[in-house]
Design a binder for this molecule. Structure first.
Ligand code: NAP
Length: 442
């Protein structure tokens, strides 16, 4: 561990973008309060960027594009990594940890693939590695899971952890817009990035699910372990059907502890759009907001809600970590280390049991419903509800029917086999969508 120089805690901030600029601002504007809370002043020693020459609103002498040199400085005690994506952030963080600096990062993409490697480096150097801002922006969820619930058994963590997709789905629900125009709105308002792939395909939420599952279940879960479906195929028709069923549609990240009949435990981490009943707390989370519901054996259900992104909210979470790490430097000691003792296996998606909504177009003639129902029965998927609507073509002629089937709980494997068999039936014209249903009591 490095020694504080001049009784100050030296901080290197890597990145001066949305989040980094807010962190630097708060360190400057709240210097007196922060010094009192930490027990020593926080001093920004340097700021790593790509474009050093531009007028960046900070003293020019602090800016550098030499990240390697900045994290190696003897007067830097804590490195705050806010550059993203995986590289060069990984290299910079490892270099910092190896040289005894504590590290704060908001980089979920990096943590989802390299958390173990980074935790090991922090362990080896006896320093802190904190990442509250990597999941759900300003919302405290990492610290409650690692500290407040350290004595409880977490059963489930389910949440809306991606503001872009939540904005798009909320728009589709409230205006009837299709996916493409809701995405265009999100981009125009700055809620979606120029390349929205990581958000709309669910990869960003999957990275966060990996982080949440790892800490909730004391097991290393990486992004590759997370089953992931995005929102690009969700249609206005799905929202109409969802409303008729008393539901809305949300992109959920779900981390679950599964206990088999033999008592063996496994974990599941998955991301997909799902029907959620309108009276479920997550159904009321709209726009770019995030929420995480944690269920623990003794605590019961806890809900965390707030701004899941944005420079200032995310900087709040980073600052909380920075004060903790700085206090540890002043007082001695370290925060919680990585806890991976449980080493639970990850269950494949085929073993996961949920309810389903299947929307299909069928021929409009007698016997169709019983043929469809027979396929569900053959694969032991029990039907809870069926709705049928006649469809008319542009000339007003009847041209088939749309059937919506809602099932009781079934495994993903059984449902997939059912859908494959339905697609092969002569009376089924198209399977329009298959979505899971979460948050119901049945
Ligand atoms: P951003 O606005 O794109 O800023 C990135 C900053 O990093 C820029 O200042 C950039 O320098 C610098 N940078 C990038 N690559 C660099 C390199 N190779 N060498 C030196 N500097 C480099 O990003 P952000 O939105 O602040 O996000 C930062 C991190 O926080 C990411 O890991 C992100 O996933 C995470 N995060 C963001 C949010 C959010 O709401 N924005 C929420 C949660 C987590 P220049 O300015 O010179 O280009």
């Amino acid at each position: 561990m490095t020694e504080a120089v001049n009784g100050e805690i030296g901080v290197a901030v890597l990145g001066l973008g949305n989040v980094g600029s807010q962190v630097v601002r708060i360190i400057e504007e709240s210097a007196t309060d922060l010094a009192a809370r930490v027990g020593a002043p926080l001093r920004v020693r340097g700021i790593g960027v790509r474009r050093v020459g531009a007028d960046r609103g900070v003293p020019a002498e602090l800016l550098t594009d030499n990240i390697e040199e900045l994290v190696s400085r003897a007067d830097v005690d804590i490195v705050v990594e806010l550059m993203g994506p995986v590289e060069p952030a990984r290299k910079a963080i490892l270099a910092a940890l190896e040289q005894g600096k504590s590290v704060i990062t908001a980089n979920k993409a990096l943590l989802a693939v390299s958390a173990g490697e980074l935790a090991q480096a922090a362990e080896h150097a006896h320093v802190d590695l904190y990442f509250e801002a990597a999941v759900a922006g300003a919302i405290p969820v990492i610290r409650p899971l690692t500290q407040s619930l350290a004595g409880d058994t977490v059963l489930r963590v389910a949440g809306i952890v991606n503001g872009t997709t939540n904005y798009i789905l909320s728009e589709m629900d409230s205006t009837g817009a299709d996916y493409a125009s809701a995405l265009a709105d999100a981009s125009a308002l700055g809620y979606a990035e120029a390349d929205p792939t990581a958000d709309v395909e669910g990869h960003d939420a999957a990275a966060k699910a990996a982080i949440l599952a790892s800490i909730a279940f004391h097991t290393r879960v990486s992004a590759d372990d997370v089953y992931c479906e995005g929102i690009t195929k969700v249609s206005p028709t799905d929202f109409v059907s969802a409303r008729a069923l008393g539901c809305t549609i949300k992109l959920l990240a779900i981390c679950e502890r599964l206990t088999g009949a033999d008592g063996q435990q496994r974990v599941s981490a998955r991301v997909y759009p799902a029907l959620v009943p309108l009276d479920h707390p997550l159904a009321a989370v709209n726009g770019a907001f995030n929420a995480v519901v944690v269920e623990a054996e003794a605590a019961g259900r806890l809900m965390f809600y707030g701004q899941g992104a944005g420079g200032s909210p995310t900087a709040s979470a980073v600052m909380g970590d920075l004060v903790m790490a700085a206090r540890n430097r002043v007082q001695g000691g370290r925060g919680p280390r990585e806890s991976k003792y449980a080493k639970l296996p990850v269950a494949p998606i085929g073993d996961i049991s949920t309810r389903y909504y299947v929307n299909m177009n069928v021929a409009d003639r007698p016997g169709v419903l019983s043929a469809v129902a027979a396929e569900f029965a053959k694969h032991e998927v029990s039907i809870a509800e069926v709705r049928q609507e006649g469809m008319v073509d542009e000339g007003g002629q009847r041209c088939g029917a749309r059937i919506v089937v809602v099932t009781h709980r079934a495994t993903d494997a059984a449902l997939s086999e059912t859908v494959a068999a339905l697609a092969g039936l002569e009376v089924v014209q198209s399977i329009n969508s298959v979505l899971r249903m979460e948050g119901t009591t049945e």
